[in-house]
Design a protein around this ligand. Structure first.
Ligand SMILES: [Zn+2]
Length: 478
């Protein structure tokens, strides 16, 4: 008899979970994959957790001593390249070329605000947490020079066949998406660019992002050219219009659904890229006093049993939310003032509920970017943020004003160009580099209808050359 209420409660929980997508991140999957490859990784990962505070303290002390420059504060932005790998339907779903451009532009703006304590929603941070709202000093920018020296809008696009849909996580780091040989796009030099792959995760419902950091690469770990972040193609960038397509979150405060549409998925994942952990420490619900668990290894994120979902009214702006690690009868009761870090970017709360990195988290990340840190080289190539000297075309000209569709095509291909007076040539080459089309008119038009149906099926490249640079798009003839 007594089991009936429990059963009802379970049924309710199951249906509730089904209706709402909770945030999920893949860092635990990558750690499990590393341990499966080589059991000694378990010890290495625990050592990493235990060393977090020491690294943060050392960095903070170096700033106090003036022994080190405020490297992260003055360092140039990290060049970011987005590898967008989607089907034609998914491409349309996120708004085509204009949608991708808007998402990457807004994502970079979100990262710069969140990593420098300039997010406007910080006004919602409760009083007790104000002193734990910190800036890492790390900046980001779209890459505008590609490894081959050509100009880039900051993303490259691969349209995959609809039969492919997306990528599975067999290797737990979505490695197929990171290699052209397996249908994805190769990383750009990981010592110079922060690589982000925007893809569909086909086998983990609710998975929004999965990161491979440098400490997980090399030896028996992941290959270095898989370093970077995979993000769900419906969860990057910041919403510009009510019509934009984003994944709905699990909780709403006002009846209307909230979405993962504020760019916080990448704020969170890039935290992992800079080696910080989830605030609860991925320890299966343990508290620091219940064993060797140190949670995330940082002192200023309060002990926390397990992740927090949604955006409950009693987390923000109420300011305190407790769980099983609230109080053990011996630990400082300051925890009762602050609650757990449900408002931290490294929790699982909704985009709308996340507001801060703590000083220790910020110091830990800044240490990776500072001189001697594992990500320092990313700040040493500021010219990659600039367009190449011969490419005076602006980002907008390149990406808002050149449209090639449909892609893939069965033969008919349209190329639309608006407002560019400096266009010199449109050429299409096959994968062997042989030119199969070039515009022959003395005067250029702004719209071309090209019939490729007599050509062999396969990959072709459309190159539009302007007085000041060129842009190349890959197309698939089916
Ligand atoms: Zn995570």
């Amino acid at each position: 008899m007594k089991k009936a209420p429990l059963l009802l409660a379970l049924l309710f929980l199951c249906s509730y979970a089904h209706l709402h997508a909770q945030r999920m991140c893949g860092i635990e999957l990558t750690r499990a994959a590393l341990i499966a490859k080589d059991p000694s990784w378990a010890q290495r990962i625990e050592q990493q957790r235990a060393s977090q505070q020491g690294i943060a303290d050392k960095y903070k002390q170096s700033l106090k001593n003036g022994a080190a420059q405020r490297t992260a504060t003055v360092a140039s932005p990290i060049p970011v390249i987005f590898h967008v790998i989607v089907t034609s339907a998914q491409f349309n779903q996120i708004g085509g070329y204009a949608g991708i451009q808007q998402r990457i532009d807004s994502q970079i703006a979100v990262l710069n605000r969140d990593y420098n304590a300039q997010n406007s929603d910080s006004v919602l941070i409760p009083y007790g947490w104000k002193t734990r709202f910190a800036s890492s000093g790390i900046h980001f920018g779209l890459a505008h020079t590609a490894p081959n020296g050509w100009g880039t809008p900051g993303y490259e696009l691969e349209i995959i066949p609809s039969t492919m849909d997306g990528f599975s996580g067999d290797a737990n780091d979505y490695s197929d998406a990171k290699h052209a040989a397996s249908g994805g796009l190769d990383a750009w030099d990981v010592s110079k660019y922060l690589n982000i792959w925007c893809i569909n995760f086909t086998d983990y419902n609710g998975l929004l992002g999965i990161t491979v950091s440098k400490s997980q690469c090399g030896g028996a770990g992941f290959p270095f050219d898989e370093e970077g972040v995979c993000v769900n193609y419906q969860a990057f960038g910041k919403r510009a219009s009510t019509h934009d397509d984003y994944i709905a979150c699990g909780y709403s405060t006002d009846g209307a659904p909230d979405y993962y549409d504020l760019g916080r998925t990448l704020t969170h994942e890039i935290g992992h890229f800079f080696e910080i952990w989830h605030t609860w420490g991925d320890d299966g619900g343990a508290c620091p006093w219940s064993g060797s668990d140190l949670d995330d290894g940082l002192a200023d994120t309060p002990p926390e049993a397990d992740h927090k979902f949604y955006n409950y009214p009693d987390t923000i702006p109420g300011g305190t939310y407790y769980d099983a690690c609230h109080y053990d009868g011996a630990i400082d009761t300051q925890l009762t003032t602050y609650g757990v870090a449900s408002l931290d970017y490294m929790n699982y709360t909704d985009d709308i509920a996340m507001h801060l990195f703590t000083p220790d988290q910020a110091a830990m990340m800044a240490a990776q970017v500072a001189t001697g840190g594992e990500n320092n080289t990313l700040t040493q190539n500021p010219t990659l943020l600039n367009w190449p000297a011969n490419a005076g075309v602006t980002e907008q000209e390149l990406d808002h004003e050149v449209g090639i569709f449909p892609n893939p095509t069965t033969g008919a291909l349209s190329i639309g160009i608006t407002g560019i007076s400096s266009l010199q040539q449109i050429a299409i080459t096959n994968i062997l580099g042989e030119q199969v089309f070039t515009n022959s008119e003395a005067r250029l038009h702004n719209f071309y209808s090209i019939d490729l149906s007599a050509m062999s099926k396969g990959i072709y490249f459309v190159r539009c050359t302007f007085a000041s640079g060129s842009i190349t798009r890959k197309i698939l003839l089916q």
